[in-house]
Design a protein around this ligand. Structure first.
Ligand SMILES: Nc1ncnc2c1ncn2[C@@H]1O[C@H](COP(=O)(O)OP(=O)(O)O)[C@@H](O)[C@H]1O
Ligand SMILES: [Mg+2]
Length: 308
């Protein structure tokens, strides 16, 4: 049985810029796969090649065993695509957008009428089926694009930054919907939201400069890359003096200070006592542990400089 998705040395160059650099990857069926990376990392370029809207410079990729280079038509039947920019037809109603998509896939009307009604219901758009997309909120437009991508019952669904620009309620509603799909198809999404990847994805690859940096579940990445002994500490006075003091402690592996508040990474659990012993009693306002986050892993791997 072929993997849902297989990338073999997939490469895209724009002139001298290598946007995707000999990318290889296997994704098993039924996975919710998350591709993470800062702006400009190459995520959209990668998705465009996988969804046959852009030809690779080198290498190939296979969707359920079919080459995106030489079997594009068959690949397009197997996949559903939610592009980074909504590309709804604004002169068609919500329902007509879905009908047009069904016809473009050669589905006879006896087959699509019911499934389109169901999709409109599932995405909470049934009451607005005869309205034009321009009258929809961002979240509703996004849900309509997702519904449209599902009309022809794809085996693999691609979502390029599905929730960028949405308010927290709409993001969560869309997550819920994506979760209901996971039993029926393989899902490949890109995002730069760590919480999104953390809550939705079984497997995460963080990419930058066209290459994969790490690969694993959210839990694996956190335990592998984020330091486990992080503390937030606030003192009542003498912050500068304490900063000097903490920096001199060999058990402190990293330290950041913002006024009276410190973020301290310690070598191990036993180091905490040494740290506390160095503070005068009564000088501590607050101390707590910090759970390692995927965001920390991401920043450690891709740096803190702002991109594009
Ligand atoms: N059509 C294009 N022509 C030239 N350069 C491009 C083009 N599209 C993207 N790039 C560049 O390729 C790199 C990867 O872009 P992109 O795939 O959009 O990244 P992401 O989706 O991760 O933000 C960026 O440096 C971007 O500026
Ligand atoms: Mg992008």
């Amino acid at each position: 049985m072929p993997s849902a998705l297989s990338l073999q040395g997939l490469t895209k160059r724009y002139g001298t810029l290598t946007a995707v650099d000999r990318f290889s990857l296997e994704v098993e069926r039924g996975t919710v796969f998350g591709l993470l990376g800062p702006n400009g990392a190459g995520k959209t370029t990668l998705i465009k090649m996988l969804t046959t809207t852009m030809r690779p410079t080198e290498g190939d990729a296979y969707i359920e065993g079919r080459s995106v280079v030489s079997a594009g038509r068959r690949v397009r039947e197997l996949i559903g695509v939610v592009p980074q920019e909504n590309n709804l037809d604004r002169y068609l109603t919500a329902r007509e957008n879905l009908v047009l998509h069904a016809r473009m896939h050669g589905i006879p009307s006896r087959d699509y009428v019911r499934s389109i009604d169901e999709l409109l219901e599932l995405t909470g758009l049934a009451g607005r089926r005869n309205d034009f997309p321009d009258t929809f909120s961002g979240g509703m437009q996004r849900r309509l694009v997702v519904a449209r991508a599902l009309v022809h019952k794809p085996r693999l669904l691609f979502l390029d930054e599905p929730t960028t620009g949405l308010d927290p309620q709409s993001r969560r509603a869309l997550w819920e919907h994506i979760r209901t799909l996971r039993s029926e198809m393989t899902i490949f999404l890109t995002t730069h939201y760590m919480d999104e990847a953390d809550s939705l994805c079984d497997r995460i690859v963080i990419m930058d400069h066209g290459k994969a940096l790490v690969d694993g579940s959210a839990t694996e990445l956190k335990s592998q890359f984020a330091p486990p002994h992080i503390y937030e500490l606030e003192v009542k006075r003498d912050a500068e003096r304490y900063e000097e003091l903490f920096r001199a402690l060999p058990v402190v592996t990293s330290l950041e200070r913002d006024k009276e508040a410190f973020r301290i990474v310690l070598k191990d659990e036993e180091s905490l006592k040494l740290l506390l012993d160095s503070i005068r009693s009564g000088d501590i306002r607050k101390i707590c542990t910090v759970e390692p986050s995927l965001e920390q892993v991401f920043l450690d791997l891709t740096g803190k400089a702002v991109r594009e």
